[in-house]
Design a protein around this ligand. Structure first.
Ligand SMILES: Nc1ncnc2c1ncn2[C@@H]1O[C@H](COP(=O)(O)OP(=O)(O)OP(=O)(O)O)[C@@H](O)[C@H]1O
Length: 246
């Protein structure tokens, strides 16, 4: 089932045309990587899907509620010195939360703990967010986005400034979550493309969609090792061809 249908979406900022005639569907079991050069329009696309920017041209049809689109923004490492625990960060994402005068409602804490459990961080509930590693912190932000039981989880550069081991753990977590939630990741990191994503959308004002299996097959067929530049070049084109010499 299509959870989100995007049809002929265009968006401009004063004189800059950021997106032009972009169409793509997001289905319930998708693991979609959105890649492309700096300034290509990836964040604009994400913001339009999330309703953070008004639609100028084209359509976004959602077969789910807005609250069922979970979002993990970029740069969530900001304000890590703020004295707040992992559990409190997750509670902040609880849309139905009834704030009591002192503390939180029991059912909200139960829900938040459940989200922390989903990302393997329940033992760190009372730790200050600033005392966690980059990878652990990102898991907490994912838990926050899981609070509203999303059908799609959208993440903007989820592994930026996280060490390799932490990145791997985040990807494995996303793979696990993808058993029941569609995952959409904006990333410059090709690991996610090569090992985790099922499909890829290359966004550079226009959008070119590829099934990743087909891309990998065509890129690896002509070579023993996968050249990242070739892969990116191939993804930027409608026709994939990697028969040239190294
Ligand atoms: N608020 C804004 N006002 C004016 N121009 C903007 C604004 N936001 C983005 N742009 C321009 O729109 C284009 C697309 O930007 P966008 O941030 O969507 O790209 P991106 O692919 O997410 O880039 P990056 O990979 O660097 O984050 C760029 O040319 C950018 O300069």
């Amino acid at each position: 089932m299509n959870l989100i249908q995007i049809e002929n979406l265009s968006h401009s900022y004063s004189n800059t045309k950021a997106l032009e005639e972009v169409s793509i569907n997001i289905k319930e079991d998708d693991f979609l990587a959105i890649i492309g050069p700096n300034g290509g329009g990836k964040s604009t696309l994400l913001k339009l899907i999330l309703g953070l920017l008004p639609i100028q041209n084209g359509k976004i049809l959602k077969n789910i509620k807005n609250s069922e689109v979970g979002y993990v923004p970029q740069n969530t490492n900001l304000n890590i010195d703020f004295p707040i625990t992992a559990l409190e960060v997750v509670l902040m994402g609880h849309i139905k939360r009834k704030r009591k005068i002192f503390g939180y409602a029991k059912e909200d804490i139960f829900c938040a703990m459940n989200s922390l459990k989903q990302v393997g961080m329940e033992k760190f509930a009372d730790k200050k967010i600033g005392d966690l590693s980059g990878g652990q912190r990102q898991r907490v932000f994912i838990a926050r986005a899981l609070c509203s039981n999303p059908k799609i989880l959208m993440l903007d550069e989820p592994t930026a400034s996280i060490d390799v081991k932490g990145q791997q753990e985040i990807y494995e977590l996303l793979k696990e979550l993808n058993k029941s939630i569609a995952i959409v990741v904006v990333s410059h990191d090709l690991t996610i493309l090569l090992n985790y994503a099922k499909d890829v959308a290359h966004v550079n004002r226009t959008l070119v969609y590829h099934s990743l299996k087909e891309v990998q097959r065509s890129v690896t067929l002509s070579d023993d090792h996968l050249c990242e530049v070739e892969l990116l070049t191939a993804l930027g084109k409608t026709q994939i061809c990697c028969n040239h010499e190294h």
